[in-house]
Design a protein around this ligand. Sequence first.
Ligand SMILES: Cc1cc2nc3c(=O)[nH]c(=O)nc-3n(C[C@H](O)[C@H](O)[C@H](O)COP(=O)(O)OP(=O)(O)OC[C@H]3O[C@@H](n4cnc5c(N)ncnc54)[C@H](O)[C@@H]3O)c2cc1C
Length: 382
Amino acid sequence: MDEVLDRDIIDAVRRFVDRDVIPVASDLEHRDEYPHALVARMKELGLFGATIPAEHGGLGVGFGTYARLMEELSRGWMSLAGVINSHLIMAYIITHHGTAEQKARFLPAMARGEKRGGLALTEPHAGSDVQSIRTVAKRAGEDYVLSGSKMFITNARHGTMLAVAAKTNPTAKPAYAGISMFAVEKSERGPTVSRNLKKLGYKGIDTCEVLFEDVPVPAANLIGGAEGQGFKQVMSALEVGRINVAARAVGVAQAAFESAIRYSQQRVAFGKPICQHQAVQLMLADMATRLEAARLLVANAARKKDAGERCDLEAGMAKLFASEACAKISLDAMRVLGGYGFTVEFPVERFYRDAPLMMIGEGTNEIQALVIARRLLELHAI
Ligand SMILES: Cc1cc2nc3c(=O)[nH]c(=O)nc-3n(C[C@H](O)[C@H](O)[C@H](O)COP(=O)(O)OP(=O)(O)OC[C@H]3O[C@@H](n4cnc5c(N)ncnc54)[C@H](O)[C@@H]3O)c2cc1C
């Protein structure tokens, strides 16, 4: 896709957010209501195919543009970027690791948003420690039979399919060598979406527990057609997820900063707008500086990913810094708004509740720090 078209799609999403998302986001979020109409509009905008290659029916945008799109959505309502994120992580896994037949079967329908995907990695007892998952997939004729349970699965209720990590060899050493990924389409044979989790923020979007009780999955849906490749497949896709989460943090932080700088010029205390008080100016300067640094880190990680270079270090740094910056900026925005910031009359309380997810999702920030340190030690080995 060329630069002009990329600009056009970013502008179209910006207009969609200003006109259709911002006016309704807080209401929907407080009601924890799934945004069907907004998701339908995202489908029309082509966002479900944003990073799916054009040859498979997607927009084929680069990760720099993708990050900008996710930032724009999150400026309006971060949950909307969540609807797209794990769908496109699944599409990334199929694009880069699927067989030709799997690409042809899944990607065009995913790009149109007819098939809507998610990623089922986490289990009740295992999040960061992916290798200790217990879901197993046993070969039975033309099928694999999946049993186990997954936790915190985004898009599980409203999506139609999931990329599921399961052990095809539960005794493999090292454990990761026993993990495979499956494209599982929901059917009356399962899996069962057993409950939606109630959350602090990031509401509206479905985050669910999913049970696999001897669910048959065609062997043709083993991603890439060979067992034991799942860990590698999913790890490469998590770089995309980290760029997405970092971009979401920039979008939420941008919205929080804009609320604060607007309010600071309207609110008068001690005879002058509060933006004339130095304590408020220091906060605004700090917020804007962190925001700019976060945005540049995201752009840098996306640029490396677009160049086909390894970017675990950059994506990890972007995700770590941007999410911590977002948490601080949204809290500072609340300080600037004073008592009103604590009420639901302004969206700042929503930004503050949404911010922590970015510190936890796609690998906690403690895990990001480990990934960063591991890579630094490789690069600086003596
Ligand atoms: C709203 C929401 C949506 C989500 N969506 C999805 C989804 O769609 N698909 C999916 O598969 N998962 C999803 N997740 C799960 C998410 O990826 C995990 O919650 C996250 O990876 C952390 O795993 P955990 O919750 O099991 O925490 P744990 O791994 O139990 O971690 C608990 C604490 O221990 C720390 N810790 C753990 N190991 C180490 C270590 N080696 N060194 C230092 N500290 C460590 C962690 O940093 C954390 O502070 C979602 C989670 C949420 C909250």
